[in-house]
Design a protein. Structure first.
Length: 320
């Protein structure tokens, strides 16, 4: 009889302990990324439902990217024996592993190891290994204030971004006005990507062919670019692109490919700058220069005869 009572008491204690641990996980959890604006988000509700997604803090308010492919609508979650089981409804083309190893680092921090999706990487069965990583969440209500960014006019709406000054009939100067801080002007374009917390973008100028009379923008994770493009009817499909490679990912990848022998090292020196040349996957002649301030300037063209002009163009880049 005593043994039965002892066993029952032990079982009750274990169940109560498990219940306390489960209840201690209820609430909103966040991990802010390096830019202190983008975050990974986890919501665990007391009824076993929840949400796992990404978001950003803009103008003092959180936006959750609920319609993004990486969003998991948690239908059931359960904690126990160092594991967190997260069953979810999602739009993935493969079954994500619901089992995560979790560790409470303290009462307000939790480490979650398992298949944690990445916002900028489209999820598929081919890149599942990339998602095997750990995330250290912090209780959202314990995170100090000061995160996020206050946005300004989206850069795509800036009509006076460049001033064009003719040099002769073939070339012109493109003068860029610059910003004290570029980040509020690209975060406000609502693309959801991670950048850096602050980036001073001084005015600069470069020479471009007179035949180029339009520009466009591109956004990516830790990257932004401005592209000067030839007319759609121009069969050379010529572009001069200024990349803001905020985390040096483009630069590091390019030189790692050269180091592995996957990319041929072909350099020409113009205006005391090294231009790294290649022919890209589109069959275009390509050249890049890697500058300070995380800037990469490149040209692309199908017209072999334009290479020398474009090399002089990208090496004319200078801050005012």
């Amino acid at each position: 009889m005593k043994q039965s009572l002892l066993f029952l008491f032990t079982l009750i204690v274990l169940q109560a302990t498990a219940q306390i641990k489960q209840e201690s996980l209820v609430g909103d959890w966040k991990l802010y990324l390096k830019d202190k604006t983008s975050f990974e988000f986890l919501r665990l509700n007391a009824d076993g439902t929840g949400l796992k997604c990404f978001g950003q803090t803009i103008n003092g308010k959180d936006t959750l990217f609920l319609n993004h492919i990486t969003t998991l609508l948690i239908t059931k979650w359960k904690a126990g024996k160092g594991k967190l089981i997260i069953e979810s409804k999602n739009n993935l083309s493969f079954k994500i592993n619901p089992e995560y190893k979790f560790t409470l680092l303290d009462s307000d921090k939790m480490k979650l190891e398992g298949e944690n999706l990445i916002f900028y990487l489209y999820p598929s069965v081919l890149n599942k290994k990339e998602f095997q990583r750990s995330v250290i969440y912090e209780r959202a209500n314990k995170i100090p204030k000061g995160y996020g960014v206050n946005t300004l006019t989206c850069i795509t709406l800036e009509r006076s971004l460049f001033l064009f000054r003719p040099i002769d009939t073939t070339m012109q100067f493109a003068d860029y006005k610059g910003f004290d801080d570029l980040i509020p002007h690209i975060v406000s374009c609502n693309d959801g990507f991670e950048y850096v917390q602050k980036y001073r973008d001084p005015p600069y100028s470069l020479m471009i062919p007179a035949s180029i009379n339009k520009w466009s923008f591109g956004f990516g994770n830790k990257m932004f670019y401005i592209s000067f493009d030839s007319d759609d009817r121009d069969t050379s499909e010529t572009s001069i692109v200024i990349y803001y490679d905020f985390d040096n990912e483009m630069k590091d990848y390019y030189f790692s490919q050269i180091g592995k022998g996957a990319e041929k090292k072909d350099i020409v020196r113009v205006n005391d700058m090294d231009i790294y040349k290649t022919i890209n996957w589109q069959g275009k002649y390509e050249g890049k220069i890697f500058l300070k301030n995380f800037i990469v300037v490149a040209y692309y063209t199908k017209n072999k005869k334009l290479r020398e002009t474009l090399q002089k163009s990208i090496t004319s880049f200078k801050y005012k």
